[in-house]
Design a protein. Sequence first.
Length: 194
Amino acid sequence: MKVDRLSDEIWKAIVSNDASYDNVFFYAIRTTGIFCKPSCKSRIPKKENVYIFQNAEEALSANFRPCKRCKPTDERLPDQTWVDQITDYIDRHYPENLTLQIIAEMCHGSPYHLHRTFKRITGITPSEYIQQRRIEKAVKALIETDQTIQEIAKSVGIPNTPYFITIFKKMKGKTPKEYRYIKRNLHLHRGATK
């Protein structure tokens, strides 16, 4: 049964990673969808995002996933499940400053292990995946909006416009301006021939 109120004692146990509370309760984090043992060394969550469960089964039945770092179910999370969790986190946070360290903390693993596992499962690094997501979103904005290149670059998490243009050209073979011009003229040409 989920405990709605977080007592000072429970919160102190989470903040201090007190192993004496392991298996007394488990805590889940609403924003990540992960649950942990009190002793977990992951980043301390915001208090308002924490749910408390008496056992791992309750957290699982509430659709929380076990932490890769502290293994609250004493089972190893399958790598594909963990990579799905990582890509989901990146998909929701791609415009932010995402470092490997931040992703590892939010997805409860070590940066090295996360990088290695992600590349083995997906064939690309987390950094490459982030850039792909950013460029995909930039393409959509170039075609569907009148935002400037600078505004689009900033909105997808690459505030340095020349760097954004370089990455875009490397991935798409054209600058953002050329890409927009071609796509819009192609669209206009198709509309005129109908």
